[in-house]
Design a protein around this ligand. Structure first.
Ligand code: ADE
Length: 248
């Protein structure tokens, strides 16, 4: 898929038009949601019904009087592992009415989250994220339910919930009507495989620093060329891996 195709997907995502985009998370901490997703543009979109969020409480599927969800790792070792039967039941409940929703297991072991992946999810009906805790989930449920493992970066969080916030936010802001101008989406970092150029606003001079002259020139062609050159310079300096990935 080309970047142009992705732009199309990101700006005209919903196939059914009316249904809100569905975010679902399987978690031991349902009270964390919607949390930070209730504020700003993403929060307004939630209130407006452009998307919905549902937290499926893993504890409700636990076994026995104590609703146990975890057990010791087979073969020994530190920590606890979420049981496959418990996680599977919660997943099955999460996708009961929506068997085709993509389903992700948030894990530092997964493939990296990218703008491309977020655009693909935003173009669909929604996303289910399984948020692990402890030492993770029993491998068998990952295989049996076809969970796609996705990481938000090369560091380890205490659970997958923060990763779920990141994934939902990255998707929801791409839904039509969530961010006022589709031009700002088209120009931002990663959209064209480059980091975004530096932004400036008033005052014209601040602490001895002036605005770059070109931005005051009114010459839109020159401004666009300058921005492009700045994007390329920043990407070359900070993220040469992005240039390599886009064959530049
Ligand atoms: N859970 C713990 N660490 C994580 C990470 N880096 N990405 C996604 N899920 C995680």
């Amino acid at each position: 898929m080309s970047t142009g195709d992705l732009d199309q997907l990101a700006h005209f995502p919903q196939s059914n038009g009316k249904q809100p985009w569905r975010a679902r998370v399987v978690t031991l901490y349902p009270e964390m949601f919607p949390g930070p997703l209730a504020v700003s543009v993403v929060g307004s979109a939630l209130e407006a019904g452009l998307w919905s969020i549902e937290a499926i409480d893993l504890r409700a599927y636990g076994t026995g009087r104590h609703r146990t969800v975890d057990d010791h790792p087979a073969g020994g070792g530190a920590g606890m592992v979420l049981r496959c039967d418990v996680v599977a039941e919660a997943i099955d409940a999460a996708r009961k009415d929506e068997p085709a929703l993509p389903i992700v297991y948030a894990s530092p072991r997964g493939e990296p989250l990218t703008q491309r992946l977020a655009a693909e999810w935003a173009a669909g009906a929604g996303l289910i994220v399984v948020a692990g805790r402890f030492e993770g989930v029993d491998q068998r449920v990952i295989e049996a339910r076809g969970l796609r493992e996705v990481s938000i970066g090369d560091y380890v969080l205490s659970g997958g919930e923060l990763a779920a916030f990141v994934m939902f936010d990255a998707c929801v802001r791409l839904l039509p009507g969530v961010i006022g101008s589709s031009a700002s989406l088209a120009e931002e970092s990663f959209c064209n495989g480059l980091l975004e150029y530096p932004q400036y606003t008033r005052p014209r001079e601040w602490e001895g620093r002036t605005l770059p002259d070109v931005l005051l020139s009114g010459d839109h062609k020159r401004i666009a060329e300058w921005r492009r050159a700045e994007s390329e310079r920043l990407t070359r300096e900070r993220r040469p891996d992005l240039l390599a990935r886009h064959g530049r």
